[in-house]
Design a protein around this ligand. Structure first.
Ligand code: DC
Length: 225
């Protein structure tokens, strides 16, 4: 069976990474979490004491920054595993702010295109179907209500023992990030014309996975990849 590329976009905490990881195991594809790269950028800029909206300083920092997404899902920043450190609510907010910067996006998008230049990748983010992998054979736009997403994020933080705010605060932060992600000038979050929208508010992870898996099989069989 031939291989394709799959783009999964959608707002914060809609379950993109969870689903992409599960789909990766089922198809034996590599999952690339593009948001982790914005998180690494925000994390390093914060550690260096840079102003998170200083585009020139952050681009300069990136010239000397290595971000590796490993096949088993670890995130390696300049040789150190930061998988857990980049998941805090504080870094979520900083990552959303840094992702507004056009030149920062250009740098990270180029890296993402290079990583997925062959087939057999599932990449999740905000602009994968519209910018990074415009030619992806399957594109999904995964949504859920802000409340449903906040509840999942709270559970994830607790399960992974990550310091967390309460439900109301998480929901408010998700709404703030939604606003920033959809209103920024550079590659705002939006559904690609050829993406299939799935609202996961009332679906469990397996149901979402099955729906996307069916789209993949249909594509592969129909087009004879
Ligand atoms: O998916 P995430 O929550 O880990 O992403 C962190 C931030 O990075 C999010 O606020 C938006 C931004 N992002 C983006 O602008 N483009 C992407 N392809 C992925 C993430």
């Amino acid at each position: 069976m031939g291989r394709i590329n799959i783009a999964i976009d959608g707002p914060s905490a809609a379950g993109k990474s969870t689903i992409a990881k599960m789909l990766g195991s089922r198809l034996n594809y590599i999952h690339l979490d593009s948001g982790a790269m914005y998180r690494c950028t925000a994390y390093k800029a914060d550690q260096m004491g840079l102003d998170i909206e200083d585009e020139a300083a952050i681009c300069k920092m990136l010239e000397d920054t290595s971000i590796v997404l490993t096949e088993n899902g670890d995130v390696i920043l300049d040789g150190t595993c930061v998988s857990k450190e980049i998941r805090t609510d504080a870094i979520s907010q900083l990552a959303s702010r840094v992702s507004k910067l056009e030149k920062v996006r250009a740098d990270l998008v180029a890296r993402q295109m290079e990583m997925a230049k062959d087939k057999g990748f599932i990449m999740d983010g905000r602009d994968i179907g519209t910018v990074v992998l415009k030619d992806a054979e399957v594109k999904v736009f995964l949504t859920a209500t802000a409340r449903a997403r906040a509840m999942r994020r709270l559970k994830q933080n607790n399960d992974q023992q990550i310091a967390t705010s309460d439900l109301e605060t998480i929901e408010k932060e998700i709404e703030e990030r939604d606003y920033r992600d959809t209103h920024r000038a550079a590659s705002p979050l939006k559904k690609a014309d050829d993406a299939v929208e799935i609202d996961s508010s009332n679906l469990c992870a397996e149901e979402v996975l099955d729906a996307i898996y069916a789209l993949v099989l249909e594509k592969i069989q129909k087009e004879d990849f």
